[in-house]
Design a protein around this ligand. Structure first.
Ligand code: MN
Length: 338
């Protein structure tokens, strides 16, 4: 039997009473944060207390900006006392998705990933949806709640992020939710959140990347040595692709016991995933799409193949492997010149 959104909303509200202390758990990303904000609004004045709690550590600058600019209060799961709460909600995730969820008994689950077998008194899992924020927007609309500009901005950003600006799977429901939110969201705020992808400390890596890059045949390559997060390699690889003549960008760094190699290209007749798999696959994990790819090689393996982990040595090794691909496909086989 398919329930209407109104019936589902009623069923959802029946799960709560005025004396409830509600814990909302999320694995914080824009979609999950926005969904939690929406549920908080739906249950406003309906329960005694509602606390939003994240199981992950939030490090992404855009997520941090979202929390700061939209006044979200999140308490890390290690800092809450579970038995202070008599109802637990899980949003944008399911119990089997993370170890941290194991100790909780969930009353309500709302998500858009493939359903697991966990049975909760209220469960609304719609894998055909691009974002949980779209489901939550339907609940808001059905409850006739006009979202504040901050809530609408959060949901708007959540849908945009999870559908990768509608490039990834999205349904009509996502588009309808998005259209509704567009009327209520603060687009300047949304744009600001979207724009933020750097931490102050990252700027030094950009300086290093710009001064140490090698450029050959429209390919930019740089090895950064130790980086605090692989995200830095991704940011710089994307940054180099913004130079109009660049067709390939290859940025690598050492992090968490691995050599991380990020490949980007302009998506024209090229296969970054294929290059990554062919040239680095036998050393670790490697693969990706036509225009984006990534390889991760354990440092022990790098040490077995290289004399040392000096920046120049690693850079040289990566360049040789990358250049081999281009030499094969671009130079005629009869060319015997050194
Ligand atoms: Mn999601």
């Amino acid at each position: 039997m398919t329930l209407s959104t109104a019936q589902k909303l009623q069923h959802l509200m029946e799960q709560f009473s005025g004396s409830d202390h509600v814990l909302v758990l999320i694995n914080a990303d824009p979609d999950a944060i926005a969904s939690a904000m929406a549920l908080k609004r739906i249950l406003w004045r309906r329960v005694t207390r509602l606390t939003l709690s994240n199981i992950n550590t939030i490090t992404r600058p855009d997520n941090m900006a979202m929390i700061r600019l939209l006044d979200v209060t999140l308490i890390h799961v290690t800092k809450i006392t579970p038995n202070e709460f008599n109802k637990v909600v899980l949003l944008d995730s399911q119990p089997s998705h993370n170890e941290s969820f194991r100790e909780f008994k969930f009353n309500v689950i709302i998500d858009h990933h493939e359903p697991d077998s966990y049975d909760a008194p209220f469960r609304d899992v719609r894998p055909e949806y691009g974002a949980t924020a779209s489901i939550m927007t339907e609940y808001l609309k059905t409850a006739k709640i006009k979202p504040s500009d901050k809530l609408a901005t959060a949901l708007f950003h959540g849908i945009k992020t999870d559908t990768n600006n509608f490039e990834r799977m999205a349904t009509n429901a996502d588009i309808q939710a998005f259209q509704f939110l567009f009327r209520h969201a603060n687009i300047h705020l949304a744009r600001r959140i979207e724009q933020v992808d750097l931490r102050m400390g990252f700027l030094d890596y950009f300086k290093q990347a710009i001064s140490e890059k090698t450029v050959a045949d429209d390919r930019i390559c740089v090895h950064l040595g130790n980086v605090e997060t692989p995200d830095i390699c991704v940011l710089i690889a994307d940054f180099f692709m913004r130079v109009n003549t660049v067709t390939w960008s290859i940025v690598s760094g050492l992090c968490e016991g691995r050599l991380i190699i990020i490949l980007r290209n302009d998506g024209l007749r090229k296969d970054a995933g294929g290059v990554a798999a062919k040239q680095f696959g036998r050393f670790g994990t490697a693969g990706g799409h036509k225009s984006m790819a990534r390889a991760e090689i354990p440092l022990e393996t790098v040490r077995e193949n290289l004399q040392n982990l000096e920046k120049d040595t690693v850079q040289q090794w990566i360049l040789e492997r990358i250049n081999a691909v281009f030499d094969q496909c671009q130079k005629p086989k009869t060319d015997a010149s050194p």
